[in-house]
Ligand binder design. Structure first.
Ligand code: NI
Length: 213
């Protein structure tokens, strides 16, 4: 299949799955991550086609979105249907598997260039103004409160404990979002993360100032 047609069909497939999502993992998240990933991929001389396909498919099997106990691997099934070769299917699935944040104390750094690119793009969309909006949308979708001063943030050292957390959304800034700047793995990712990180700091300062009158 022609690369352009394959990308367009993948885009339509992903849209059909994420349509109606209100947890911050909607199509527009994918759209932004794809654009960021392609921009970073060019600056790192990564494989653009592999990065773009992985970016499009990176959230459709995400543990945050999948139904409980769901073993379905939608991305892998889709790629096999596209007949792009077993090697590239395994490569893209490996990248997608490596993208997710798994807890403050869980190391997710990688040697695979295309995975580093996509990780940075996905994490950039988790911070800054958009990151703040998505974080509260996600918290709301999971029934989490906004803030409770009596519940301190927790540095999760296992993916299992991170997944189980039901803490208020403000805690998520300390358990994940403010840590991402120092986990960027590309030069462009690090540069873009700085400003977004500072904006979150400003937001938190203002939040506490208002909270405490
Ligand atoms: Ni994502």
């Amino acid at each position: 299949m022609e690369k352009e047609i394959l990308l367009k069909e993948t885009e339509d497939f992903v849209k059909s799955i994420l349509e109606g999502d209100s947890s911050g993992h909607d199509w527009w998240h994918i759209h932004r991550v794809r654009n960021l990933a392609l921009m970073i991929a060019k600056s790192e001389d990564a494989d653009l086609f592999i990065v773009e396909l992985a970016a499009l498919l990176h959230d459709i099997d995400d543990w945050k979105l999948a139904g409980k106990g769901s073993e379905e691997q939608k991305a892998q099934k889709w790629l096999k249907r596209c007949a792009i070769g077993d090697h590239d299917v395994a490569r893209i699935c490996g990248i997608i598997e490596g993208v997710s944040f798994k807890g403050a104390g869980v190391n997710t750094s990688t040697d695979i260039l295309e995975c580093r690119v996509l990780q940075d793009a996905d994490r950039l969309d988790a911070i800054g103004a958009i990151g703040i909006a998505r974080t509260f949308a996600y918290g709301g979708s999971r029934g989490r409160g906004i803030y409770d001063p009596s519940i301190p943030p927790e540095m999760h050292t296992s993916f299992e404990n991170y997944k189980k957390s039901t803490a208020p959304t403000i805690n998520h800034f300390y358990e994940k979002l403010l840590l991402l700047k120092d986990q960027m793995q590309t030069t462009m990712g690090r540069t873009l993360a700085e400003q977004r990180h500072d904006f979150m700091r400003q937001f938190l300062d203002q939040f506490y100032a208002e909270w405490n009158c």
